[in-house]
Design a binder for this molecule. Structure first.
Ligand SMILES: [Zn+2]
Length: 515
């Protein structure tokens, strides 16, 4: 029963994941009505929407960035799926490839989010329950839950993508109020070879938006003005139909050139053609925007064709054969745009480096590093989708109205300590409540964000007892003010035991979750 219920719910979410399609131009210069004075709008805090590289650099001096993103739940299937394209690749400086995961929380396995983040990838917000034009609770609750249950520092979650790419002026205002750095929900829908192209380099909203002007009410012509808040447009590919043949998300699921069936070689051809147009032009970034579940080879019921998987790798192989091509996360792209340097100086860009946290591999701590955390993750046996976490299971599933429920405490054990604001994820021991970092090289400070009820500032840490192991931990206010309870200490006993047994059976039987 459980397995079936989980599968049908997941199948529904697969349907919901078929978002991100566009069929023609979403803007034009008249609809954009955009003006911006580069003499007053200057980096790093302000950047005009422009087809030319930032910082006055010549196209030949700038890297060709290829952004790789994934959307929706983080699971073993989706991580496997991303890894089949990225795990074996390196950037020109020898560092592993990083990507951006726009995470929604239904069916997400939190411990894999921790691992993915600690490995250097960007975790971004895609609402808690995958809703378009979301209310604040969906946007901010995602930060609170990812901080509490995946140990992601609040300050590290900088970006947002709207489910179904369905956003409004309100969405941008909510993001700015919650101290987000950027949104990436808009489309660049006109080829870079067209004089009226809307393929702008990432820009700030000091002078409003300049993409999607034909289909989102109340934007463009100077609106909305949100100084310092960035938009990273999603750059479409174009097939032989040109501006009438755009392909935005998961282009390999689309029929190319007005055809009636998927044709991998035609898809590869137009992806290469669009890349070349960017690369030989002004080098605006290009992207692979994926729903990785569609390309899973391990998820029951999904049969991604090998020919499609091979085609995508063939594209990335070909892309990486060109000079000065970097496959990056949005966070890495934005770091370079804010402080652009020519390709000859890329070694100086911190965001493109690959520091590995130096944690003693023999230490047994639950920290997002597989060699350290083995045997220490907790199983949270919820009926519709069980998950794992280092940071203590919540008593009930997270919801937008209750994104950080009180912790279940296993009888005979202490509550686990959530990531405090003065220790980075790989160095934090949530069982001992202790920070292993003892040198300035691993020193860390998270920042509070105005994401609590009525915009109250919220800081990570706490829950389940004092954080005495970490010095100078700021006072922590539990989101709902509720203390942790003992798992087997009261009337919860029967319910929790039954759920545990049922869910473990489901895990064994269907491999719904794996570490
Ligand atoms: Zn989505």
């Amino acid at each position: 029963m459980l397995k079936l219920a989980a599968f049908s719910a997941f199948a529904l979410s697969l349907v919901a994941a078929q978002d991100g399609g566009i069929t023609g131009p979403m803007s034009n210069p008249a609809a954009a009505g955009y003006s911006c004075d580069p003499n007053s709008c200057k980096l790093p805090k302000c950047n005009c929407a422009s087809t030319s590289p930032p910082g006055g650099l010549q196209p030949s001096e700038v890297p060709q960035f290829v952004v790789f993103t994934a959307d929706d739940a983080v699971q073993s299937y989706t991580i496997d799926s991303v890894n089949q394209f990225l795990a074996h690749r390196k950037n020109p400086n020898g560092c592993p490839i990083k990507m951006t995961y726009f995470t929604s929380l239904n069916y997400t396995n939190y411990t894999l989010v921790t691992d993915w983040y600690v490995a250097g990838n960007e975790i971004a917000d895609h609402t808690m329950t995958h809703v378009g034009t979301p209310p604040a609770s969906e946007i901010n609750g995602n930060l609170i839950a990812l901080n509490a249950l995946a140990g992601i520092p609040l300050d590290a979650i900088k970006g947002f993508r709207a489910p179904f790419l369905n956003y409004s002026v309100d969405t941008f205002n909510l993001l700015a109020a919650a101290d987000f750095t950027y949104d990436s929900s808009s489309s660049a829908s006109i080829p870079v070879t067209d004089p009226g192209t809307d393929a702008f380099w990432p820009y700030t909203l000091d002078n409003g938006l300049a993409n999607d002007c034909l289909n989102v009410p109340g934007i463009c012509k100077g609106q909305p003005k949100i100084p310092g808040f960035w938009e990273i447009p999603m750059y479409a590919f174009f097939d032989n139909l040109g501006v009438n043949g755009p392909h935005l998300m998961d282009p390999w699921l689309d029929n190319a050139n007005g055809g009636t069936t998927v044709n991998d070689s035609a898809t590869l051809q137009y992806m290469q053609n669009t890349f070349t147009a960017h690369y030989t032009g002004n080098r605006q970034p290009i992207g692979l925007y994926t729903h990785p579940i569609h390309l899973s080879t391990t998820y029951p019921g999904v049969n991604a064709p090998n020919s499609t998987i091979n085609m995508i790798n063939q594209y990335l192989d070909w892309v990486q054969e060109q000079q000065n091509v970097w496959i990056v996360s949005n966070e890495q792209l934005l770091a370079w745009v804010q402080n652009p340097v020519p390709v000859s100086q890329l070694d100086s860009v911190d965001a493109l480096k690959c520091p590995t946290p130096q944690v003693d591999p023999s230490k047994k701590i639950c920290n997002g590093m597989p060699q350290n955390e083995a045997g220490l993750v907790q199983e949270c046996a919820f009926a519709d989708f069980p998950f794992y976490t280092c940071y203590g299971c919540p008593q009930v599933e997270v919801t937008p109205s209750n994104p950080n429920p009180p912790q279940q405490v296993v009888s005979g054990q202490q509550a686990r300590y959530r990531l405090p604001s003065n220790c980075s994820t790989p160095f934090w021991d949530p069982i001992a409540g202790n920070c292993l970092c003892t040198s300035s090289s691993c020193a860390f400070t998270d920042n509070s964000r105005p994401i609590g009820p009525n915009g109250a500032n919220l800081t990570g840490g706490g829950t389940g007892g004092s954080s005495s192991g970490a010095s100078q931990t700021p006072s922590y206010v539990n989101f709902n003010g509720a203390p942790p309870v003992k798992l087997f200490g009261s009337g919860l006993v029967g319910v929790v035991c039954a759920v545990f047994v049922g869910a473990l059976g489901a895990i064994a039987g269907s491999a719904l979750v794996s570490l």
